[in-house]
Design a binder for this molecule. Structure first.
Ligand code: NAP
Length: 288
């Protein structure tokens, strides 16, 4: 038996249609949702992610702008740029593209963007919603966790009551995702590089979500075919010049129930969730 492929394409189309309508409603009121991406330097991978964000943003009818700043920028100048965008009434959503240059790493980046414009969902006040138990996907939640839940929902994969193993505990993926899934009544195990006997965990999981950042680290030895596991691959790695996930799909396909592809899985879900946050942030800023 070959695994069902949980492709992002139909989910993205469905979400985009909804966002187009919401954007249209705002435009009828004279408001064009507008986002600004702040990029320090010219990291080629960042520029490619930014292009994808611009495409979806403009496809739903929203406005996109890029503020590209030199890597030599001082802390003070950088803070000045962010503050100007925070104060600009024509900008409704701001993201600081990661990774950031070494010289700015000391700054408390998640809290620099005004909470109402924080479409990455990294601000302490937005992540607090997760800690308080929110399941509301309409909040400004971190985009990759939100995208993963949208993907599972679209394909009818049940979350409540399931054993889910999340691999990776980063602040942008693993931790907020484990929190969101817990709020959605899953029993979540958050594993990391120091976790012992990883295979015992993954072989007993209903859903395995890999967010490690190591090409093809999960092979068929991590899965028990009888468990009919659903696998979500968040990883984006380069192997022999190609974009690949953390899961070796060719090896795993015959022993799991379903798997999200790389490319064409969590990546596009993350981008569309960002644009969803932009529309939500704009709606919130003009609530009567
Ligand atoms: P990160 O900050 O580098 O975190 C990696 C996590 O993986 C850490 O918690 C680390 O554990 C854990 N880890 C490392 N080796 C492990 C192992 N052998 N077994 C279990 N856990 C292990 O990475 P990230 O930013 O979360 O990104 C992870 C991957 O997702 C990357 O490939 C990234 O490109 C991709 N990503 C994709 C999207 C998307 O939209 N598709 C979005 C964000 C990230 P420790 O904490 O113990 O070090």
């Amino acid at each position: 038996m070959k695994a069902r492929i949980l492709s992002a394409a139909p989910v993205v189309e469905k979400i985009k249609k909804d966002l187009e309508q919401r954007c249209l409603q705002l435009k009828k009121r004279g408001i064009t949702p507008s986002m600004s991406v702040v990029l320090v330097g010219d990291n080629p991978a960042s520029l490619s992610y930014i292009r994808n964000k611009k495409i979806i943003c403009e496809e739903v009818g929203a406005k996109f702008s890029l503020e590209q700043l030199p890597s030599s920028i001082s802390e003070q100048e950088f803070l000045g740029h962010i503050e100007r965008l925070n104060q600009d009434p024509q900008i409704h959503g701001i993201i600081i593209q990661l990774p950031i240059s070494e010289s700015l790493k000391k700054l408390n980046l998640p809290d620099l963007v005004k909470v109402s414009k924080d479409i990455d969902g990294f601000h302490g006040k937005n992540t607090q919603a997760l800690y308080l138990g929110s399941t509301n996907l309409k909040l400004l939640l971190p985009c990759t966790p939100k995208g993963v839940v949208h993907l599972l929902n679209f394909y009818g994969v049940e979350i409540a009551g399931k054993n889910i193993v999340v691999l990776g505990r980063s602040l942008i993926v693993g931790k907020p995702l484990s929190m969101l899934l817990t709020n959605l009544n899953a029993t979540v195990t958050l594993a990391h590089s120091k976790t012992q006997n990883l295979r015992d965990l993954t072989k007993n999981a209903d859903i395995v979500i890999a967010a490690i950042g190591h090409a093809h680290i999960l092979d068929e030895t991590f899965f028990n075919p009888a468990k009919k596991t659903v696998v979500i691959d968040v990883g984006m790695n380069t192997l022999e010049g190609k974009l690949v996930g953390d899961v070796n799909r060719a090896q795993v396909e015959s022993c799991v129930e379903a798997i999200s592809p790389v490319p064409g899985g969590v990546g596009p879900m993350t981008v569309v969730s960002l644009i969803e946050n932009l529309i939500t942030a704009t709606e919130n800023q003009f609530k009567g």
